[in-house]
Write a protein of this length. Structure first.
Length: 191
């Protein structure tokens, strides 16, 4: 296949360090880089095929994880950040100069409010949680990928150990459904 899935996936997945302390993420500007500091490791890191997530040039998927909002801070050049789409549920903050997405934050009522979405490939440190699954796989078709080659894409993802879903993983979908059930009153708030 001529397409890159993602540089962190194409040649196999490197296992992360369960005790990884965190580090900085940097935009691609040659100087005066936007710097975002993450205290601790990410969770639910995954390959994502949706059209909104930032992807490296030539890659079909992004790799995105989450971290508690309180564990993320903008350490340098925050004045260069702007929200890409103010109407989106995830407010993605990107560098105005190079276009790199540094983090996404949810400010409205949402099952994942309180978690920030980040791309650990923007770090110069190794040890971040490895991708756990591939989500929104079929969404790459909406972006122009040939549907007849989807079996090959799924096969490549599975060959490196990533289960493929056309939504999120079952535990994350359960969390969304639980949030919705509690909000509607059909599920006890104590569950």
């Amino acid at each position: 296949m001529a397409h890159s899935l993602h540089p962190l996936v194409d040649n196999g997945i490197t296992k992360g360090d369960n005790n990884f302390p965190g580090g900085n993420l940097y935009c691609f500007c040659p100087q005066n880089k936007v710097t975002v500091t993450l205290k601790g490791n990410v969770a639910h890191n995954h390959a994502c095929g949706c059209s909104k997530c930032w992807k490296p040039s030539g890659a079909l998927f992004s790799v995105v994880g989450v971290i508690p909002k309180d564990n993320l801070s903008v350490a340098a050049n925050g004045d260069k950040l702007e929200i890409v789409d103010k109407g989106a549920a995830i407010q993605r903050y990107a560098c105005k100069q190079c276009g790199t997405h540094l983090f996404g934050r949810i400010e409205k009522d949402h099952p994942f409010k309180g978690l920030d979405f980040v791309h650990v490939e923007l770090s110069d440190k190794k040890g971040w949680q490895e991708p756990q699954f591939a989500g929104f796989v079929s969404s790459i078709i909406e972006q122009g990928f040939d549907p007849s080659k989807m079996d090959e894409v799924r096969s490549r993802l599975e060959s490196v150990g990533l289960k493929t879903y056309d939504a999120l993983s079952p535990p994350l979908m359960d969390a969304i459904a639980a949030h919705t059930g509690k909000k509607s009153g059909k599920l006890s708030a104590n569950l």
